[in-house]
Design a binder for this molecule. Structure first.
Ligand code: SAM
Length: 267
């Protein structure tokens, strides 16, 4: 999955948690928990948990009588999640081969992981396998890049200033935004009652440099992309121009990042 050492993976995960989670992912955890109708005392699985923002949010709702598990393929993410919340059950594992028995969860949730899986259909089948009958599935993906103009501009900038491989790494997470294609992917694995809902998300980075560092040190290394310091400085300079339309009076960067939540109930 990655040529990085566990220490390097943990460092990337820590940057992800510090810069990307509050700026982009945290608000979605509440939406996913609502969409899955999480209740006290439930057993819940967070697939591709990253540093665990969704599992932590859900654990507050399931309470002392509940049980929450988070699974991620990246041991650095799992180690960071464990350090933040030692009481949650964190596991290293693949979404395509979930390390759980059949029908053990009242809800299975997955926030911005599906687009990254090598086999999303197998992962969906696995999520349904571990879900109890009448259990809820809720999966979030980003809308298309056409609807996230700041990231579209940043991807073009990375392609221009660094190379096309880096632009592609930023575009890749936005590859599942076509709702009809999404619906057919769920239907193809027998999830025919899926409900697809679009949401208006907002990203807010405290400044341009932190937005660039979130990509360069919290995301790209997982795609085997490592930029040297002079290149990072060149990217920050270009980003100051490209992100002008999204700057607030206090120098923060704010922009829309719409997403889609697909929900289904296991028969
Ligand atoms: C964009 S992050 C989202 C993390 C977390 N859900 C959040 O909202 O912060 C995507 C996560 O998917 C994980 N991932 C990618 N492929 C995976 C797979 N096949 N199985 C499990 N996790 C995977 C990555 O390691 C990463 O932590």
């Amino acid at each position: 999955m990655s040529e990085l050492s566990i220490q390097e993976l943990e460092k990337v995960a820590e940057t992800y948690e510090r810069l990307l989670v509050p700026a982009l992912f945290e608000e979605w955890a509440h939406r996913l928990a609502d969409a899955a109708e999480i209740q006290p005392d439930q057993h819940v699985l967070d697939v591709a948990c990253g540093t665990g923002i969704l599992a932590r949010t859900v654990a507050e709702r399931t309470g002392a009588g509940g049980w929450v598990s988070g699974v991620d393929i990246n041991p650095g993410m799992v180690a960071a999640a464990k350090r933040i919340s030692p009481d949650i059950d964190w596991r290293k594992g693949s979404a395509e081969a979930l390390p759980y028995e059949d029908e053990v969860f009242d809800a299975v949730i997955c926030q911005f992981g599906l687009m990254l899986f090598s086999n999303p259909e197998t992962a969906l089948q696995e999520m349904m396998r571990v879900l109890k009958s009448r259990g809820n599935l809720a999966v979030a993906v980003f809308d298309s890049l056409d609807n996230s103009s700041a990231y579209a501009a940043m991807a073009d900038m990375y392609a221009r200033v660094v190379d096309e491989r880096v632009g592609a790494a930023l575009r890749f997470p936005f590859s599942m935004g076509e709702t009809d294609v999404l619906a057919s992917r769920f239907a193809a694995v027998g999830i025919s009652n899926a409900v697809i809902t679009s949401y208006e998300g907002m990203a807010r980075f405290s400044n341009v440099r932190n937005m660039v560092l979130a990509d360069v040190k919290g995301w790209f290394p997982l795609a085997q992309i490592h930029l040297d310091e002079p290149t990072i400085e060149a990217v920050v300079r270009e980003a100051e121009e490209v992100l002008q339309p999204y700057l607030t009076a206090d120098g923060a960067v704010e922009f829309r990042v719409p997403g889609i939540i697909i929900t289904a109930t296991k028969p």
